[in-house]
Design a protein around this ligand. Structure first.
Ligand code: ADP
Ligand code: ADP
Length: 224
C-alpha cells in the first residue's frame, strides 16, 4: 500500500478561495516526489493538509493507513516537516534546538540519535553554537535535523532551495540524496524545474489547485 494516499482532496479557505480542487495522489514508500508548480499553485496547502496542520474541506488523506484528521497523533509521528521559513530560536544552541524538537513528539531523549543526525547533516562541529551564528545553509540544515529528530518515515521539504544560491542548492540536493539512502520517503515542493529533474523519482505538476500530471521523471521530461 502507498505510504500516503490522497483522495478527492479539496480546500476552500475561509475567504472563499479554492486552493485545492480535487487532488488524488499516492506516494510510495522510499520514493522522492517533487511537487512542481508556480507560486500560489497550492503546494504548501497540499503538504500542510498531509502533515495535519490545515484541515481539508473535503476528501481524505491517509498516512501509514491512518486518517490525518482523526488520527493526527499517529500520522504526525510518521512525518517530519521542514517549513519554508527559518523559524528557529536564534539564541538557542544547535544541540538543544534539535533535542527539544524530539521531545515535542513525546519521544524519549536519544543523544546517540541526535549525534548521528547532526553528523549526517555536517552540523556536529556546530552543536554548541547558537543558531544566530550559523550561515543560511547551516540554518536550513538545522531545520532538517529538527524534522528528523523523531525518526520520521516521511520527510516534507517546502521549497527547500527557494531564494538560495547555486552552491547551497547543490548542498541541499546532496542532503536529500543521503536521506533517501537511509530509506526516508521524501516529498519536496519546488518551482524550479531543474530541481525536480535533478533529484526526484517522480514529478507532480500542480497549478491552480489541481495536480495536472504526475510522471516518472524520464516520462515527464519528454512531455515538457
Ligand atoms: P481556514 O478557513 O482554513 O480556517 P482562514 O481563511 O481562516 O483558514 O485563514 C487561516 C489563516 O491564514 C488566517 O490567519 C489568515 O489571516 C491567513 N491567510 C489568509 N489569507 C492568506 C493567504 N492568501 N496566504 C496565506 N495566509 C493567509
Ligand atoms: P504554493 O505553496 O504553491 O505557493 P499555497 O498553497 O501557499 O501555494 O497557496 C495557494 C493559494 O491559496 C494562494 O493563492 C494563497 O494566497 C492562498 N492561500 C493560502 N493560504 C490561505 C489562507 N489561509 N487563506 C486564504 N487563502 C490562502
Amino acid at each position: 500500500a502507498p505510504i500516503v494516499s490522497v483522495q478527492k482532496l479539496t480546500k476552500t479557505y475561509g475567504n472563499g478561495f479554492e486552493a485545492l480542487k480535487g487532488v488524488d495522489l499516492d506516494i510510495e514508500e522510499g520514493e522522492i516526489l517533487a511537487l512542481l508548480g508556480p507560486n500560489g499553485a497550492g503546494k504548501t496547502t497540499l503538504i500542510s493538509i498531509i502533515c495535519g496542520i490545515v484541515n481539508p474541506s473535503s476528501g481524505s488523506v491517509l498516512v501509514g493507513g491512518h486518517d490525518v484528521v482523526k488520527d493526527f497523533r499517529q500520522t504526525r509521528s510518521l512525518i517530519g516537516l521542514v517549513p519554508q521559513e527559518l523559524t528557529t530560536d536564534q539564541f538557542e544552541t544547535v544541540w538543544n534546538t534539535v533535542s527539544f524538537s524530539r521531545g515535542v513528539y513525546g519521544k524519549k531523549p536519544d543523544p546517540a540519535l541526535i549525534e548521528s543526525v547532526l553528523k549526517d547533516l555536517s552540523l556536529w562541529s556546530k552543536k554548541d553554537n547558537m543558531i544566530r551564528e550559523l550561515s543560511g545553509g547551516m540554518k536550513r540544515r538545522v531545520l532538517i535535523a529538527k524534522a528528523l529528530s523523531h525518526e520520521p518515515k516521511i520527510l516534507f521539504l517546502d521549497e527547500p532551495t527557494a531564494g538560495v544560491d547555486v552552491n547551497l542548492r547543490r548542498e541541499m540536493w546532496q542532503v536529500v540524496e543521503k536521506l533517501r539512502a537511509n530509506g526516508v520517503t521524501i516529498i519536496l515542493t519546488t518551482h524550479y524545474i531543474e530541481e525536480a529533474e535533478e533529484i526526484a523519482d517522480r514529478v507532480g505538476v500542480i497549478n491552480g489547485g489541481q495536480l495536472l500530471l504526475i510522471e516518472k521523471k524520464t516520462a515527464l521530461m519528454k512531455k515538457l
